[in-house]
Write a protein of this length. Structure first.
Length: 246
């Protein structure tokens, strides 16, 4: 069965990107951007709480939403470990319907690119409808600079003396017309050298041009927006858009 974030991929994400692990400075960037926000903030694609928990510890009020049961379960475990709590929701972002509106909605580090491009208008409109007047949308997009079609990588990650996860990642295809890259990831859990569980992930990432995304924001109701690259400090392939609801 193909799944973007199942049991093994969640375990590996938690191992390689634990709570507080900053990717190219993203936690520091978002903490600074959200400083002084008194109302509720929503992290879309909250995952395991890697960013959520540091934001909560900084004194912000943050809710989280994700479609993965496994990720949300790990997020709850992590919040309990850190002695904090937050409201979490399991929802599909293409049909977002939450009981609150927010002063800010964030989607860090390229997670937006996992969402189906055919539904992006619905997603952005849903974000717009869940923002208060003057509320901000901050979302990261990722460009496929490093993708090499046909390339395979294999890495093993030791979880304990007797268990590990092997990740085999195959760069299947780059489609220039539909602006997407596709990967096939195989996760294998090894216990005492034997494979005891396997998980397959059909991983698709979409990319957007600057003018294209500005048009999508406009069509979704946003009137003012700007962007910067690499969180303003480095040359990463991340583009951060900031839009305001008036």
């Amino acid at each position: 069965m193909f799944k973007e974030y199942g049991e093994l991929s969640t375990i590996l994400y938690e191992y390689t990107k634990p709570v507080g692990f900053s990717i190219d400075g993203d936690i520091e960037y978002y903490t600074e951007q959200l400083k002084g926000t008194s109302g509720r903030i929503l992290e879309a694609g909250v995952g395991t709480g890697r960013m959520l928990i540091p934001l909560l510890k900084s004194g912000l009020t943050v809710n989280g939403v994700d479609i993965s049961n496994e990720m949300l379960a790990q997020c709850k475990i992590n919040m309990e470990k850190h002695g904090i709590s937050a409201e979490l929701y399991k929802q599909d972002l293409t049909v977002l319907s939450l009981p609150y509106t927010y002063d800010a909605i964030i989607m860090p580090t390229g997670s937006f690119c996992l969402l189906p491009k055919s539904k992006v208008r619905n997603i952005l409109t849903g974000f717009y409808n869940h923002l208060n007047a003057g509320g901000r949308l901050i979302v990261d997009l990722e460009m496929p600079h490093s993708f090499r079609e046909g390339e395979t990588t294999v890495n093993n990650f030791p979880l304990s003396d007797s268990t590990s996860i092997t990740l085999t990642s195959f760069n299947e295809k780059i489609d220039w017309l539909t602006q997407k890259t596709s990967y096939i990831n195989k996760y294998e859990l090894l216990e005492n050298g034997e494979v005891t569980k396997t998980e397959m992930s059909d991983f698709v990432l979409y990319w957007y041009g600057i003018i294209e995304f500005e048009m999508l924001l406009t069509l979704s109701g946003f009137e003012r927006f700007e962007y910067e690259t690499g969180y303003g400090i480095n040359q990463s392939q991340i583009i951060t858009f900031k839009a305001i609801k008036y």
